[in-house]
Structures are given as structure tokens and as C-alpha cells.
Write a protein that binds this ligand. Structure first.
Ligand SMILES: Cc1cc2nc3c(=O)[nH]c(=O)nc-3n(C[C@H](O)[C@H](O)[C@H](O)COP(=O)(O)OP(=O)(O)OC[C@H]3O[C@@H](n4cnc5c(N)ncnc54)[C@H](O)[C@@H]3O)c2cc1C
Length: 406
């Protein structure tokens, strides 16, 4: 039976970062990956270009993960911030450059360079990387962990679980780590697809397929109409509903609301409702013969303007836009609500919301508070962030801490 200091399960972003830091400390480290090709999610990320991290920093960066998750991540993110991630990849021969939405990508535009650099650093640090080997169970015997493989058992002083979440199962993330964590006494919170396109059944939304908006506010509301999250990022209308950064950012909240969610569009977020109405009244007085569509923000595509006028149930010219019709049109432009039953699910979700309960993990080391020597990092934790490199950033930072202590 092989005996090592550290076994890391899962060679994704978090596991590779953990393994190379453990090995660099002189720990005999074995990194086990069930796929023949490690880091599959890195390879498919960012459309094959891998949005490695973000330019955001400090409290602003932490806030992107929400209050509770951001607080848990504070130490990890401050000790390995995006600037340090950039420096790490630069030193590994993969310089990064900034693109829209404060995203950082490899200058080479190749996700494979990111994955290869991580594995190269693992091997250079002395980690033993074994692919095509699915861990079947992780248990404890005396003071050693026992990791069961199809070919036998490996004993280790520490085990780092970096098996990822439930999204895109074809990449290898099938939730194996959750069961092992439960068996060690951990709580695994409810898991939901996040960063997925939204399913919208309203025909007018689907009819707008192909339209892209930038500069519209999209919010998710709960069953009582209370706002949970709002985004002003690109929105893409599709044949199934809504996709693009803003809708995808809202998916985790939509799922948690279990069929009660609505999204609310504000197509003119820069102007308060009263001011907009005053503009319309002035336009009606000056150009009463114009069609009502002329009132709507000119940057909105014509098909969308026609759809909003139809949704408001108004017709004709500015001169005959009576008070009640004006109210309905204002509603359609500033506060249009659409039920969203669900996202397109785990097969289309970039991450999993939910996972190993954060209160049971030490945020300074990623060590289990219940099982000394057990470490949990990456998406397996109850941590997720919006689109923009925040999920790799969290995986790298938590993986590094695990590797420094395991
Ligand atoms: C299409 C897509 C695009 C994305 N784009 C971006 C992006 O551009 N930027 C960004 O920040 N985030 C992006 N993400 C999210 C990001 O990929 C994840 O947050 C990140 O990969 C999580 O890293 P991880 O190491 O925790 O888990 P994973 O990357 O899922 O790695 C887990 C590894 O564990 C292995 N494993 C699981 N079970 C076992 C077992 N029993 N034995 C051995 N090995 C096992 C898996 O095969 C896998 O290789 C994207 C996700 C998807 C699906």
C-alpha cells in the first residue's frame, strides 16, 4: 500500500493549486484525477479562453460572493488576490490581459495554456499527478486517511478534497466529494445550478431571440416582489428565454426561489419614472402625431420597442396616449416583470450554488473543523461567484490555502 503525506482528489483549478503548494513545502503529494484529461473545466471555460480572474480587489472583490460567502473567503482572497494570481501565471509563462467586464484572460487566448501551466507547476514542485484514476472512497483508519482506488488503497496524513460541484457533469464533476464530506459528519447545503441561462415561457420573450441588450437593469424578485439581486450587464434573448452575463448571474437566486422567482426589466435605468413621464408629456405636447414607439429609448432595438408597446396594450399616437395607457407603458419600460420558473439546470450551469457548509471549515486553512487533516476547497465548498473570473479566483485561493496547510 502506498503511503504519502497528502492526497489531493481532483485535478481541477483548486486541486492543482493545492497539490503544487503542498508539494512545494516538501510534502509527498499525490494528485488523483479520474479523467484522462485533467482540468477539463479549465479547458472549456470562457469559450476555450479561460477567464482566469478579475481586476476587482479588496472588499469590492469579497462583496461579489455575497456577505456570508465573501466573509468566509476574505482571508483566502486577501492572501492570494487577483494580482497574485496574475503574477503566478505570468511567472508560469502565461501572462494575462484585461478584457470587458474587468475580466482577465491569457494573452495567448488559450485555456489550455492555463491548464498546462498548473500541471507543469505541480510536477515541478514534485507532486505525483495520476490521471484516469477515480477515487472510490475516502475514510479514516487510526491516524491515517485511507483513499480507495480501483487498483488498491493509498494512505495519507492529509486529504484535500477538490472534486468540484455538480455542474457540467461530463467534465467529471459528479458530486463525489459531497458524499465523503457527509460521511465525515459535514453538512452539505442544498445545491442549485448557478450561472445558467434562464428558462422563460412568455412567448414575447422567446420571440425576441437574437436581441442583445447592454445597459438594461435586470433584477430577480422573490414571491413577495422583493428584490434579491440586480445586474446591469449584457442580456441575450434566446429561443428558451434569457442568457448572457446578467441573466446567468441571477440563476442561482432563481433556483433557490423554487418556482417563485420573477425577473424585472428596467429598460431605462438611468432615468427615474417621474422624469421619464415628464419627458413623454413634453413630447406629446410638441409632436402629438408621432407613433407611441417614438417615446421608448432609441437605443432599444425596434423589435423590442414594438414588443413593449404590445405588452403595455397601447397603440396609436402620442396625442392619444391617455393617463392609464401612459402608466402601463411606464410600467413596461421601467418595471416589466416576467415569471422565471427555473434555469436550464446543471447541464448548462457554470457553477453549483451550495456545498460543504462554510461554518464547518476553517477559512484560514480550509481544514475541516470536524475532521483534522481533511481539507475542502474549490467549488465543493458552499461558495459561488458571478461571471467574470470569480469562480476560478475562489478555487485558486482556497486551493492554495489547503495546500499550504495540508
Ligand atoms: C462551461 C463553463 C465555463 C466556465 N468559465 C469560467 C470562467 O471563464 N471563469 C471562471 O472563473 N469560472 C468559470 N467556470 C467555473 C469554473 O470552471 C469552476 O468554478 C472551477 O472549475 C471549479 O474548480 P474546482 O477545481 O473546484 O472543480 P473542477 O474544475 O470541477 O475540478 C474537479 C475535478 O475533480 C475530479 N474528480 C471528481 N470526482 C473525482 C473522483 N472521484 N476521483 C478523482 N477525481 C475526481 C473531476 O474530474 C475534476 O477534474 C466555468 C464553468 C463551466 C462549466
Amino acid at each position: 500500500m502506498t503511503d504519502v503525506d497528502v492526497v489531493v482528489v481532483g485535478a481541477g483549478a483548486a486541486g492543482a493549486m493545492a497539490a503544487l503548494h503542498a508539494a512545494a513545502r516538501g510534502r509527498r503529494t499525490l494528485l488523483l484525477e479520474k479523467n484522462q484529461r485533467p482540468g477539463l473545466k479549465i479547458l472549456i471555460s470562457g469559450g476555450g479562453r479561460c477567464n482566469v480572474t478579475t481586476t476587482r480587489s479588496g472588499a469590492d472583490l469579497e462583496a461579489q460572493y455575497g456577505t456570508r460567502r465573501g466573509r468566509f473567503l476574505r482571508h483566502a482572497l486577501r492572501s492570494f488576490p487577483p494580482t497574485a494570481v496574475c503574477a503566478f501565471f505570468e511567472a508560469s509563462g502565461v501572462p494575462l490581459q484585461q478584457e470587458d467586464l474587468e475580466k482577465l484572460f491569457p494573452v495567448s487566448q488559450r485555456a489550455q495554456d492555463v491548464r498546462d501551466a498548473l500541471l507543469r507547476r505541480c510536477r515541478a514542485a514534485g507532486a505525483d499527478v495520476v490521471v484516469g484514476t477515480a477515487v472510490q472512497a475516502v475514510g479514516r483508519r487510526g491516524d491515517r486517511f485511507v483513499v480507495a482506488l480501483p487498483t488498491g488503497e493509498v494512505r495519507a496524513a492529509s486529504v484535500v478534497l477538490a472534486t468540484g460541484g455538480l455542474s457540467y457533469a461530463k467534465t467529471g464533476a459528479t458530486g463525489d466529494g459531497y458524499a465523503w464530506c457527509r460521511a465525515f459528519g459535514h453538512t452539505v447545503t442544498a445545491c442549485w445550478p448557478a450561472l445558467a441561462p434562464l428558462c422563460v415561457e412568455r412567448p414575447w420573450v422567446r420571440a425576441l431571440q437574437g436581441i442583445v441588450l447592454d445597459g438594461t437593469d435586470l433584477a430577480v424578485l422573490d414571491g413577495q416582489g422583493r428584490e434579491r439581486l440586480r445586474r446591469r450587464r449584457p442580456i441575450l434573448f434566446t429561443h428558451k428565454g434569457l442568457s448572457g452575463p446578467a441573466p446567468m448571474d441571477l440563476a442561482g437566486d432563481v433556483e433557490e426561489l423554487q418556482g417563485q422567482a420573477q425577473v424585472r426589466f428596467d429598460f431605462a435605468p438611468g432615468i427615474p419614472r417621474e422624469a421619464l413621464e415628464a419627458q413623454w408629456l413634453a413630447a406629446a405636447a410638441a409632436h402629438g402625431g408621432r407613433r407611441i414607439e417614438a417615446l421608448l429609448p432609441s437605443e432599444l432595438p425596434e423589435r423590442l420597442r414594438a414588443a413593449l408597446v404590445a405588452e403595455a396594450g397601447v397603440d396609436g399616437t402620442l396625442a392619444n396616449l391617455a393617463r392609464e395607457a401612459r402608466r402601463r407603458l411606464l410600467q413596461a419600460v421601467k418595471d416589466l416583470r416576467v415569471p422565471v420558473p427555473k434555469s436550464l439546470g446543471f447541464d448548462h450551469a457554470e457553477v453549483t450554488r451550495g456545498g460543504v457548509e462554510l461554518a464547518e471549515v476553517d477559512p484560514r486553512t480550509m481544514q475541516s473543523r470536524l475532521q483534522p487533516g481533511l481539507f475542502v476547497c474549490g467549488e465543493l465548498l458552499d461558495v459561488d461567484g458571478p461571471i467574470g473570473g470569480f469562480n476560478f479566483q475562489a478555487a485558486f485561493a482556497t486551493g492554495r490555502l489547503a495546500g499550504l496547510s495540508a
